[in-house]
Design a protein. Structure first.
Lengths: 403, 234
């Protein structure tokens, strides 16, 4: 009862101790929070500033119109790559059903993703979602250039089936098409039209027909012909582990980009564009490192200060402690009372700090709250215990003379 | 009744370079109902003697007995709680408790805080010459004499049969000193308690039933005025 009255009546001291606990716990949480914020910023950076990768020729100049073998793309599949966009190119001639003999040449670009094309929604006769659905599937459906069909007198409607003779390009030594080789005769349904200036963001040549890459691949497979992708790009799945990612890529034997090499569309290298990411991430990492380097000394200093405050607070009560000893209260009872008092004040201060931080919108996992609170309480208890034992160990008769 | 007996008690401090004897083979006896005074100059070992009597420390040699039982055998915290009460030169009241709470403090320790404890506090307060208006005051609001009387009131409340007073008038003026000594005399003569007072004041020493004189850690003289005996111990 005396200790409770002492706490209630000695308001300045009690408030000071609770306030110190408040400051200590708030500081620890804010420190942890700033580290976590930096970490989150680093994670978000991967989303806002993705590390893009693409397959290029060994010179690093060409990113499109390449001859990328399926095995190379499969090898890339072993790496954590997301938002993978594949394109392939092919040649052919088409005729609409019932219009025998009237065939027109077409250039086909196949992809698995609408983002491969710089298409505005108004330039499509179908919605963007339908277009994406068409590309991500493997149905024999395509989008036809409306102007091209009209210009070449191809009378066709949505839902019509085109007779298609597929050809692959023969490339010469300098990577230019030098003749064609027939792949297969097949059919493809017109799923819609596109019009206006349609630029393929990857292929240099403007397509007349856009179709799903998986469908095109299956046609080559059916004919037993070698299929090539013309471009592959994507983003690194987890940019936080970029170095590991690169190490793994190196193990998968992707040739490094070498600008001294001549252009060669058949020799494929892996190019990672991480300059912006690394620049920004380095700054964040530097912040984190500074915070982490100072974390231990700052915490040790705080712990020392906190223990010192509780030590001095108890040391200042020597008179009361001596008096209690003279009145026959056992030493351990006095120590227990002091520890309980200190713990109560520390709890009030730290819980207040937690509530204030929660109200201010700082969210931490329950484990972090508990860990910080308990470690703080242990520090406070050790400081108080040490002080209580030292102060209780004195010869109490000196109280009458010294104090 | 022979309450406290000190037999060949010595006390020494052992430092790295030398051994300092504070008490050397001291013998004394203190009885119930007696107002006993230990007189001596500063540094003569009086306070150390009182510390040993209070069981706050144990002698380096010799034995102290309470009712025939040596201190080594007793629970010395229990001893201070039930058998002894100490009054200090600097009063040593709890600063954050009121006069009423300070006086009632021993009730809680000895399990007496039941029923009409407030009335008992009033009676004790009046008994030491203080009025009820003091009850709600804090020690810091009282004069030195008043604080010392509150300390005596606390001692009375403890019900301890032995009272140890360490220079209780050391910080007080003559009038207050006289009042304090009268209070302590009354506790021994009327209540039958054994009061052991340590002082360097010859005027207080003159009022003792039994007077011990100390010098350099030795008991140099004993005057038992109850039976007119006078002896020099060493």
């Amino acid at each position: 009862m005396y200790r409770i009255k002492y706490m209630m009546r000695n308001k300045e001291r009690s408030l000071l101790l609770a306030f110190i606990s408040f400051i200590f716990v708030s500081f620890v949480f804010l420190y942890i929070d700033s580290i976590e914020r930096n970490y989150r910023a680093l994670e978000d950076l991967g989303k806002q500033m993705p590390v893009s990768i693409c397959l290029t020729d060994v010179s690093g100049i060409r990113q499109q119109g390449l001859r990328i073998r399926e095995e190379t793309v499969d090898r890339l599949g072993q790496l954590d790559v997301k938002d993978k966009v594949l394109t392939a190119e092919s040649y052919g001639n088409v005729s609409a059903n019932g219009q025998d003999g009237k065939k027109i040449s077409v250039f086909l670009t196949a992809s698995n993703d609408a983002s491969a094309f710089l298409l505005e929604p108004e330039s499509l006769s179908v919605g963007m979602e339908e277009f994406q659905e068409l590309l991500s599937g493997d149905d024999g459906k395509c989008l036809m250039s409306k102007e091209y069909a009209k210009e070449r007198g191809l009378d066709c409607q949505k839902g019509d089936t085109l007779e298609l003779n597929l050809y692959s390009g023969k490339y010469n030594e300098i990577g230019q098409v030098d003749g064609f080789e027939k792949v297969i005769s097949t059919q493809i349904e017109i799923g819609g039209f596109f019009q206006g200036q349609v630029y393929d963001s990857i292929a240099a040549k403007e397509p007349n027909v856009i179709c799903p890459v998986e469908w095109l691949r299956s046609q080559y497979a059916e004919a037993g012909k070698q299929f090539y992708f013309s471009s592959v790009r994507g983003t690194v799945g987890n940019p936080l582990q970029l170095n590991d990612w690169k190490a793994k890529a190196k193990k998968l034997a992707f040739a490094p980009v070498n600008s001294q090499q001549p252009e060669d569309i058949s020799r494929i290298a892996l190019s990672v564009d991480d300059r912006n990411y690394i620049q920004t991430a380095s700054k964040i990492r530097k912040n984190m490192e500074i915070l982490k380097v100072f974390m231990v000394p700052v915490f040790v200093l705080l712990v020392f200060l906190e223990a010192l405050v509780f030590f001095l607070s108890i040391h200042n009560q020597k008179r009361e402690m001596f008096l209690m000893r003279c009145l026959g209260i056992k030493r351990f009872e006095i120590i227990l009372q002091l520890l309980l008092e200190g713990s109560l004040l520390a709890t009030i201060g730290s819980v207040t700090a937690m509530v204030v931080l929660l109200c201010a919108g700082y969210g931490f996992p329950a484990g972090t709250w508990v860990k910080v609170f308990l470690s703080f309480l242990v520090v406070q208890l050790v400081g108080s215990l040490f002080s209580a034992i030292v102060s209780c160990g004195r010869n109490v008769m000196h109280i009458g003379k010294t104090y | 009744m022979n309450r406290i007996k000190i037999e060949n008690v010595s006390y020494r401090y052992q430092s790295r370079y030398q051994t300092t004897y504070v008490l050397k083979e001291v013998n004394a006896q203190f009885h119930s109902g007696q107002f006993c005074v230990i007189e001596g100059k500063s540094g003569s070992g009086k306070t150390t003697m009182l510390s040993l009597l209070a069981g706050l420390d144990l002698p380096s040699a010799g034995t102290i007995y309470l009712d025939g039982k040596s201190y080594q055998e007793l629970d010395r915290d229990e001893l201070r709680r039930k058998h002894l009460s100490i009054i200090f030169q600097n009063y040593n009241l709890f600063p954050m408790l009121t006069v009423q709470e300070n006086i009632a403090y021993p009730f809680g320790l000895t399990g007496q805080k039941k029923g009409n404890w407030k009335e008992r506090v009033n009676e004790i307060l009046e008994g030491v010459g203080l009025d009820k208006t003091m009850l709600k005051k804090y020690p810091g609001m009282l004069s030195g004499g008043e604080q010392q009387r509150v300390a005596i009131a606390r001692t009375i409340a403890s019900g301890a049969p032995i009272i140890l007073a360490d220079e209780p008038t050391g910080n007080l003026d003559t009038a207050n000193s006289r009042r304090i000594v009268e209070n302590l005399e009354r506790l021994s003569h009327e209540d039958g308690r054994c009061v052991i007072l340590v002082t360097h004041d010859p005027d207080i020493a003159q009022r003792a039933d039994v007077l011990y004189r100390m010098n350099d850690g030795q008991m140099i003289e004993k005057q038992d005025r109850t039976c007119g005996e006078q002896s020099i111990e060493k």
